[in-house]
Design a protein around this ligand. Structure first.
Ligand code: BES
Ligand code: MN
Ligand code: ZN
Length: 496
């Protein structure tokens, strides 16, 4: 869809459809009450006639409202005015967009940007609204013989907002983030037989063809062996698919300026290996590369916005399979860092590929390193699907990430990494064990990674609960945490 900004009087706006909000119990938003006056009460009469109570989830198209230039009005339930927040704001915009699509309304103007959402300024609201609308238009039907007959997507949407540089930037940021989210969803939704490590490497090469600012390098088995990424290779050795270590360098900042480094877990299918997972729901382990997908999506958004910083995206990509050549429980490997690991469970493979990728990240002399991984089922138990778990060895970095998540409605929540937890990953035979038992499973996984990130400021995002919607017919990638990461980089670029 094409987005724009229209400033001026809502009642006099020429459009097929004007979108406006109504709060709980029919309380009118500022624009709705203005339209009500212009129509001499016709608007509130219709609201009553439709028994429109204003809860989030309700939308109603109104025809023939007198005194107003727009052909139709779409009223959208906004719920309680006091309880409005970024999450509800996005939901409201997504619902409005679905209604516009359902009624095949090609062009529309919305006045919902006027809603007060905590501390969010107009720029952030425009970005969120755009992301929410694009999210609602997303489809993934490339594998259907006959894609569902699609209602045509609305062509043009304008926001009633001030037409200045800052709000135009908000729009651009929303569109860039939405395109990154789309890419991350697509990669997540692709099945393991197509989206394998080589596919991800090709995707990185595609990005560097699309954007001159991105340079891609792909390392394969022999090079990885030479560099000593034995832990990563141990995970991959049971698969017929060769491992790839993908590096995308975005240079938008000063030459020599320290880069932000993003490292994304790219297990293109996680069967568990010899510690085989149970069969039920195993298909969902195609999403075990959503950390990688979020790095691709963020690199894309970043390049679209041409942010004046340097960023490196690193994706260790492997497939975790059982076979005669697979690694076994009890195997000991020497990581790139020199530390040895006893692989007690081959299903705790994410940390085994990330530890080497994190050591490799050190060679870029990073300002900060953030890894993103669908790392533990325990994280889903702890936080469900509403927040990404945020671990860090640096409070400033952790705060910056969590604040970026607040602003972009892609929430993170801080988790502890106290020394005492390290006890759980001791091994009698090697320097570290790759599992720490059932208690605090997400935390001990983070503790494992912390052994490899002593030389720089680092944060770990466990996205096992947030990266996809699980089960049933609604399953699919969410594109999280592309919004959080891109907002973080936008803030870094702005020197915040
Ligand atoms: N990819 C999984 C984590 C996961 C589980 C993500 C469920 C999303 C939903 C990871 O590789 C894994 O298998 N972790 C194990 C670790 C355990 C063996 C210590 C887990 O969480 O059960
Ligand atoms: Mn696993
Ligand atoms: Zn995994």
């Amino acid at each position: 869809m094409n987005y724009g900004i229209k400033s001026g009087d809502a009642g006099k706006t020429k459009t097929s459809c004007l979108v406006t909000g109504v709060f709980s119990e029919g309380k009118l938003s500022p624009t709705a009450s203005q339209l009500d006056k212009l129509s001499a009460g016709a608007l509130s009469k219709q609201i009553k006639a439709y028994a429109f109570s204003g809860e989030v989830g309700q939308t109603q198209l109104l025809l023939d409202v007198p005194g107003i230039i727009a052909k139709q009005i779409l009223i959208v339930g906004c719920g309680s005015e006091e309880k409005l927040n970024a999450e509800k704001f996005k939901k409201i915009y997504a619902l409005a967009a679905s209604a516009l699509k359902k009624h095949a309304i090609a062009d529309s103007v919305s006045t919902l940007i006027e809603l007060k959402i905590g501390k969010l300024d107009e720029q952030k609201k425009l970005s969120l609204a755009t992301q929410a609308q694009e999210d609602s238009f997303y489809t993934f039907d490339q594998f259907k013989e006959k894609p569902k007959k699609k209602k045509i997507e609305p062509k043009k949407h304008s926001y009633c907002a001030s037409s200045n540089k800052s709000s135009k930037l908000g729009l651009a940021q929303g569109e860039a983030i939405a395109s990154g989210i789309d890419l991350a969803k697509d990669l997540g939704n692709l099945p393991g037989n197509i989206c394998n490590p080589t596919y991800l490497a090709n995707e990185a090469n595609k990005l560097s063809r699309q954007y001159k600012s991105i340079r891609t390098e792909v390392l394969s088995d022999a090079a990885l062996k030479k560099l000593g990424l034995n832990s990563l290779l141990a995970v991959s050795q049971g698969s017929d698919q060769p491992a790839k270590l993908i590096t995308m360098q975005y240079n938008g900042g000063k030459k020599g300026a320290k880069p932000e480094v993003l490292v994304g877990k790219g297990v293109t299918f996680d069967s568990g290996g010899i510690s085989l997972k149970p069969g039920a729901g195993m298909d969902e382990m195609k999403y075990d590369m959503c950390g990688a997908a979020s790095v691709f999506g963020t690199m894309k958004a970043l390049a679209e916005l041409a942010l004046p910083i340097n960023v490196v995206g690193i994706v260790p990509a492997v497939e975790n399979m059982p076979s005669g050549s697979a690694c076994r429980p009890g195997d000991i490997v020497k990581t790139m860092s020199g530390q040895t690991v006893e692989i007690l469970n081959t299903d705790a493979e994410g940390r085994l590929i990330l530890c080497d990728a994190l050591t490799y990240a050190g060679k870029f002399k990073p300002a900060h390193v953030i890894d993103i991984a669908t790392l533990t089922g325990a994280c889903v138990i702890a936080l469900g699907s509403h927040a990404t778990a945020v671990y860090s060895n640096n409070e400033g970095l952790s705060d910056a990430i969590i604040n970026a998540g607040k602003d972009s409605s892609d929430r993170g929540w801080p988790m502890p990494m106290w020394e005492e937890y390290q006890e759980q990953i001791k091994s009698p035979f090697a320097d570290i064990a790759n599992i720490g038992g059932r208690p605090a499973g997400s935390i001990t996984a983070a503790c494992f990674l912390s052994r490899f990130t002593q030389d720089y400021a680092w944060a770990h995002l466990d996205i096992a609960g947030t990266a996809w919607i699980s089960g049933g017919n609604k399953k699919g990638g969410t594109g999280r945490p592309v919004a959080m990461l891109t907002q973080y980089l936008i803030n870094v670029a702005a020197g915040k």
